[in-house]
Design a protein around this ligand. Structure first.
Ligand code: IMP
Ligand code: MG
Length: 213
């Protein structure tokens, strides 16, 4: 039950302003959903919406695999929650690996540089590889990883991202599987952090813009 008090009206105006101009299907859904809150935060996608979309993505990936094996590579730490759920929605003989990269500082701004902190444990030559990422933002991370993994000559190399912020792109890169395409918002929860906090929020929530220093 939504109360139409002053805080609600203020939040609604804020969100309506953010979403103006974005015409894609998922963003339209978002305008309705964003009036939900969790622990005082505006919810962009609820745990139920996430589960539904992840199931659809898993079914699509299963179809595309056509009975072949898969290696899922999660990008730590943000993609861990998504990988765990997505992997259980894929019906295939799957194995897992993880890489860790640093591309962000402790705030909402990217440092621009990508560095591998933890590399793959197993070779991927000749394998069907699916890179699993929480969010495709500037594209610097995935462009770097795709190039790195392609050098190992996998049989196929695809990308699944839960969220995509196409308006922020610096590197020209698209994911093969996208959960939700979103406007330029900073989001937290379901694995995504702000200064390492909030990863364990069950819903994807909107982080208010940083205050000027
Ligand atoms: P990119 O290299 O700019 O595409 O961004 C890669 C990483 O930045 C993502 O995998 C996230 O870990 C992080 N990131 C980008 N946008 C957000 C956000 O809105 N919330 C939390 N993390 C983000
Ligand atoms: Mg990430």
């Amino acid at each position: 039950m939504v109360r139409a008090g002053a805080p609600f009206r203020k939040r609604f105006r804020f969100l309506a302003a953010i979403y103006t101009g974005d015409q894609n299907r998922n963003s339209r859904d978002t305008v309705c959903m964003a009036t939900m809150t969790y622990q005082g935060l505006d919810v962009l996608y609820s745990r139920h919406q996430i589960a539904e979309r992840v199931a659809e993505m898993g079914a699509q990936i299963t179809r595309d695999l056509n009975g072949e094996k898969l290696v899922m590579i999660g990008v730590l730490k943000g993609a861990a929650f998504f990988l765990v759920d997505l992997s259980r929605a894929i019906q295939a003989d799957a194995t897992f690996d993880f890489v860790a990269v640093s591309s962000y500082g402790n705030g909402q701004r990217s440092s621009g540089a990508v560095k591998v902190i933890k590399d793959l444990d197993q070779p991927i030559e000749g394998k069907n590889v699916l890179i699993v990422e929480d969010i495709l933002d500037t594209g610097l991370t995935l462009a770097y990883l795709r190039k790195l993994f392609a050098q190992q000559h996998p049989k196929s190399l695809r990308i699944a991202t839960l969220l995509d912020k196409p308006s922020r792109r610096i590197e020209k890169i698209d994911a093969d599987y996208v959960g939700f395409s979103i406007p330029n918002l900073f989001v937290i929860g379901y694995g995504m952090d702000y200064g390492e906090r909030y990863r364990n929020l069950p819903d994807i929530c909107i982080m208010a813009p940083e205050q000027p220093e």
